[in-house]
Design a binder for this molecule. Structure first.
Ligand code: GAL
Length: 395
């Protein structure tokens, strides 16, 4: 009898481990899907402070962005103050109490991110983490931070002392790995974001050096020309992305006012197909209904956040007309038809070229409309700089 019970208990225990352990392991993995949130740099630049960060957290909730999946409130450069006699970093007068700020952001059901550099100075000339990596990681953990963007900046000066490009490269890899280890020692899970502008094909070595995401380019700006230059240059990088490690073509500009609605739709659609981090870079406390609609379209976000974590890629291009596709976990494909020209263009998606045989079902994600069953191809006329984002299933 006793042995029967303990046999059952043992079986139940084994089952529980089998069922529960993978979930627990998954829960510990940061950035299982591309990180979503907000970052201060694109809109606020060096004019960021405690009150603005709190207002962004408030607006992330009240606008519905949190419920759409946005999580991180990330403070970029210019928060840094001086180090004390023990070398401990302090925030400057714009941020009187980082721990209280982190507590506030957490109380909203959100997470919070911070910024530093492996160099002596950040890009905006503030205190970097050089020779203080362990101390800084401990400070971020004590304050309650969940995310670190680590920006190469003045570390490039140190790399100039190398005797060869190979040595310079190794110095950079080591600097990023050093902060990875420092974060690990804190015991606090943090998303680790590399920002070194895509140098030295970072997608090839970034994950091993600890990156959950790595910038693949220089800075974006709120202009169609720069956004498309960056976005469409991501072709070929899809094989490097996956759960826990993502290509980062930089933050979003949606809502900052420099692009048309069609251009911002192109921006959001392309980033979703790229499984790119979706870090809004606008003032969340001053959003028009149109901006909120662009940032919170559930169908489009679902493309970006698909659990399979497969980055999409270009499948066809003819001059300014491009078709990109992203394989989804359920076997469907998200398909973007992009017109990069400054006038209208007509073209078709050939479903057979995407690997579909026979009939397909099609949904237009921005229109929020099922287009029904189709065979062969889908033809459309696209206005200047616009996109049609489809979800296509085998019938
Ligand atoms: C740049 C970085 C930007 C921003 C800025 C802050 O190097 O690419 O995203 O972080 O530094 O100074």
């Amino acid at each position: 009898m006793k042995s029967q019970i303990s046999g059952r208990l043992l079986l139940a225990g084994i089952l529980a481990v089998l069922l529960v352990a993978p979930a627990a392991v998954r829960a510990q993995q940061v950035a299982a899907t591309p990180p979503m949130g907000w970052n201060s740099w694109n809109h606020f630049n060096n004019k960021i402070d405690d009150a603005i960060v709190r207002a962004q957290a408030d607006a992330m909730v009240s606008s519905g962005m949190r419920d759409a999946g946005y999580v991180y409130i990330n403070i970029d450069d210019t928060w840094e103050g001086d180090r004390d006699a023990q070398g401990v970093i302090h925030s400057n007068s714009k941020f009187p109490d980082m721990k209280a700020l982190a507590d506030y952001v957490h109380s909203k059901g959100l997470k919070i991110g911070i910024y530093s550099s492996p160099g002596a100075k950040t890009c905006a000339g503030f205190e970097g983490s050089l020779n203080h990596e362990d101390q800084d990681a401990q400070t971020y953990a004590q304050w309650g931070f969940d995310y670190l963007k680590y920006d190469l900046c003045s570390f490039r000066d140190i790399m100039k002392t190398a005797s060869s490009p190979e040595q310079a490269h190794q110095m950079m890899v080591d600097a990023y790995a050093k902060m990875r280890d420092a974060i690990k020692k804190t015991g606090r899970p943090m998303v680790y974001s590399f920002c070194q502008y895509g140098d030295d094909a970072v997608w090839q070595w970034g994950p091993a050096a600890g990156a959950n995401l790595w910038r693949t380019t220089g800075d974006i700006s709120d202009h169609y020309a720069r956004m498309e230059e960056i976005g469409f240059a991501q072709a070929g990088l899809s094989k490097y992305a996956g759960p826990g490690h993502w290509n980062d073509p930089d933050m979003l500009e949606i809502g900052n006012g420099g692009m048309t609605t069609d251009e911002y739709k192109t921006h959001m659609s392309l980033w979703a197909i790229l499984a790119a981090p979706l870090l809004s870079g606008n003032d969340l406390s001053q959003m028009s209904p149109n901006t909120i609609a662009l940032l919170t379209n559930r169908d489009v976000i679902a493309v970006d956040q698909d659990p399979a974590g497969k980055q999409g890629d270009r499948v066809w291009a003819e001059g300014p007309m491009e078709i990109w596709s992203k394989p989804m976990a359920d076997g469907s494909q998200a398909v973007g038809m992009f017109n990069r020209q400054s006038g209208p263009m007509s073209f078709s998606v050939d479903f057979a070229k995407l690997g579909f045989k026979g009939k397909v079902k099609v949904r237009d994600l921005w229109a929020g409309k099922d287009l029904g069953t189709m065979e062969g191809s889908y033809h459309a006329t696209l206005p200047a700089h616009s996109v049609i984002l489809l979800l296509v299933w085998a019938q």
